[in-house]
Design a protein around this ligand. Structure first.
Ligand code: ZN
Length: 120
């Protein structure tokens, strides 16, 4: 991959990570707010549901944060944009759509087909 492409993705991923970390702090603040502001039982029940919902979002966020962090590590060690299965370069177009991708579209499609076949 060209140096300027690497720089593009480094910037993109750093930006995404910043956004996520900022949003993730907001979610934690929301959780804390709810714990202190709900008092009666009905409100507690709905607070519980909201809290589950927020926790699920948080869980998804933290998984994405990990993916972005490891993509940034791959940029540092020079393996970014290389498919982890076939060692071929992942296309720039695919990386632009999904910078955290670790597999090329061929391998990804194959893996999905295998997963689908395994679930039947
Ligand atoms: Zn591949």
């Amino acid at each position: 991959m060209k140096k300027k492409d690497i720089e593009f993705f480094r910037e993109l991923l750093t930006q995404q990570l910043d956004d996520l970390l900022r949003r993730s702090n907001d979610t934690v603040a929301q959780l804390k707010d709810q714990e202190s502001s709900y008092s009666d039982l009905i409100d507690q029940a709905s607070a519980y549901t909201d809290q589950n919902f927020l926790l699920r979002i948080k869980d998804r966020e933290s998984r994405l944060i990990n993916k972005i962090r490891s993509a940034l590590e791959r940029i540092e060690d020079g393996s970014f944009g290389i498919c982890e299965i076939c060692d071929e370069e992942i296309s720039i177009g695919r990386l632009k759509a999904r910078p955290v991708a670790t597999q090329c579209i061929e391998c990804k499609t194959k893996m999905e087909a295998l997963e689908k076949a395994a679930s039947f």
